[in-house]
Design a protein around this ligand. Structure first.
Ligand code: FES
Length: 113
């Protein structure tokens, strides 16, 4: 597990971008739990951390696809594929995520725009 930011750095309902092992990750806190997703929309590579967090869903800033922050599941088009969700633990006052250099997202698989 890699410590990526202090727990206190993120309020409930907020998200941010971190980089761990060369992989960009969106970290958010929702209802007291922390979640981490690959910070790259599966549609056309937009950074999800620049989108809008609403409950357990993050909305891509470019075309509006929505993803469940708990699982990475795609919830609405134009994206059709999930994004990777990373395990999160809280250790020593830090948010820690399990991410390796092999977790870089694959190239985008364009659906209809
Ligand atoms: S880049 Fe995210 S929906 Fe198109």
């Amino acid at each position: 597990m890699i410590p990526v930011l202090p727990i206190a750095a993120l309020d409930d309902g907020e998200m941010t971008r971190v980089t761990a092992n060369g992989v960009d990750v969106m970290v958010c806190q929702v209802q007291g739990q922390f979640y981490a997703l690959a910070d790259r929309c599966s549609h056309a590579r937009q950074a999800l951390s620049n989108g809008k967090l609403s409950g357990f869903e993050v909305r891509c800033p470019l075309h509006g696809a929505r993803f469940d922050v708990r699982t990475g599941a795609c919830k609405s088009p134009p994206a059709t594929f999930p994004v990777k969700a990373f395990p999160v633990t809280l250790e020593g006052g830090k948010v820690c995520i399990a991410v390796s250099a092999d977790d870089k997202p694959p190239p985008p698989r364009f659906g209809p725009i």
